[in-house]
Design a protein around this ligand. Structure first.
Ligand code: GLV
Ligand code: MN
Ligand code: MN
Length: 410
């Protein structure tokens, strides 16, 4: 039976990866876009075939309920099916499918042995984890965990001005029900780093997350003719932005490798004409570190960079924090439970930090949580070339199933 389940997992993963597939072997499934809608519909049918009842909540989280006893709370097994633009096929999707298969395997076991679980299972596809179309990232799990107001999330817009509320209404996901009560949570994800590949270990037991600070910067200048506006008179928003952009990248040179990651992203400019000086430029700055002190000092340095850029470009720059999370440990009981599983199964493993945010970053602050990694080839992610071998994928599903078993039976 295990052999059949393994084959079925690989086949299902191929079918899932065909939804929103790109010509370079990746996927394009930004939240509530065509690729995401098609994939969610496909996943709803798969969940039903596996024996689940499917419901949604108001922020568009998709739940596959395996209810063994209505009096029991649920263990959540989740991740996300949405993707970045031109993304890899594993980020998020691997974990959601692993959750569905783990739940189905356990439902089959309960049916055949008559064992009595102490918890039900719910497979969760969190809405808009990626935050590429609508900010902030981890939106569905942020609303579920009470860190983000539903109404605030629904008002978030994409670059075309469409709100989350409009996108969800158009998708017409249903039935919309109150989210199930979750007593424990587990997630498995590709590492998106090189640690497991370097050590040759098959499973990472995530013990903590790096902290992150995300900002939107708006540079305000003055629109003018590119030829006739005297250099001394210019208030060029793109010049102001460029001074910040290069300095944010160079900021990392002040720290040891691995202490600070700093990026500039999603730049828009007005009026974006080849013959007119930009009056306004918006872009995002993303700072990450495993040290709160480093994050704090990088943030102060960012403020100095902004002041210097304002002065040199004669623009004004507004900085707004859009999302943040602290350097934070995962609950120790979850790490120990998964360690017990990998030791029993004889699967090579190590403790590991996560640099990326995950829906478990939110869930761990609400309930006891397990977070696991499988290896990523060359650490590549948010790129069509993202890859995890079938053997590593299957080892992950096996471990994840046993983690879920411990959570529902003990
Ligand atoms: C996740 O969404 C991240 O920002 O790392
Ligand atoms: Mn992810
Ligand atoms: Mn991602």
């Amino acid at each position: 039976m295990n052999q059949d389940w393994n084959e079925r997992f690989l086949n299902d993963f191929e079918a899932l990866s065909a939804n929103g597939a790109t010509s370079g072997g990746g996927v394009e499934r930004q939240a509530a876009s065509g690729g995401d809608l098609k994939n969610r519909q496909w996943f709803e049918e798969l969940l039903k075939e596996l024996g689940a009842t499917v419901t949604y909540d108001e922020i568009g989280n998709q739940f596959g309920l395996f209810e063994f006893d209505p009096a029991l709370p649920f263990v959540g097994l989740g991740s996300h099916l949405d993707s970045q633009p031109l993304a890899g096929r594993y980020d998020g999707a691997y974990g959601v499918l692993a959750g569905a298969h783990a739940a189905a395997r356990l439902a089959e076991r309960i049916n055949s042995t008559g064992e009595k679980p102490l918890r039900n299972l719910v497979v969760i596809n969190w809405f808009n984890e990626e935050g590429s179309r609508f900010a902030p990232s981890m939106m569905g799990s942020s609303v579920f965990s009470g860190k983000l107001e539903l109404q605030t999330a629904l008002q978030s817009t994409d670059l075309a001005g469409t709100t989350v509320k409009e996108a969800i209404a158009q998708a017409a996901w249903g039935p919309v029900k109150t989210a199930p009560e979750i007593s424990e949570y587990a997630e498995i994800h590709v590492e998106q780093g090189k640690e497991l590949e370097k050590s040759g270990n098959q499973i990472g037991l995530v013990t903590a997350t790096w902290g992150a600070r995300k900002f939107q910067l708006t540079v305000k200048g003055e629109q003018g003719h590119t030829g006739s506006t005297l250099m001394a008179d210019r208030k060029d928003a793109l010049f102001g932005a460029s001074l910040v952009i290069a300095s944010v990248r160079r900021l990392t040179d002040n720290y040891q490798p691995g202490e600070l990651q700093a990026s500039v992203l999603q730049l828009t400019l007005e009026p974006n004409s080849p013959v007119t000086i930009a009056r306004e430029v918006k872009f995002n700055v993303d700072l990450r570190s495993p040290s709160s002190e480093v994050l704090e000092s990088a943030q102060q340095e960012l403020d100095s960079i902004i002041l210097a850029a304002e002065d040199e470009s004669k623009t004004s720059i507004l900085k707004e924090q859009t999302h943040h999370w602290d350097l934070n440990p995962y609950p120790r009981d979850g790490v120990e439970l998964s360690r017990q599983v990998v030791e029993e199964l004889g699967i090579s493993h190590q403790e590991i930090f996560t640099v990326a945010g995950h829906d478990s970053t939110n869930m761990k602050d609400l309930v006891s949580t397990v977070m696991l990694f499988v290896p990523s080839k060359d650490g590549i992610s948010h790129n069509e070339a993202e890859y995890t071998s079938p053997e590593d994928c299957l080892a992950g599903v096996k471990v994840f199933t046993e983690v879920a078993a411990k959570l529902i039976f003990s």
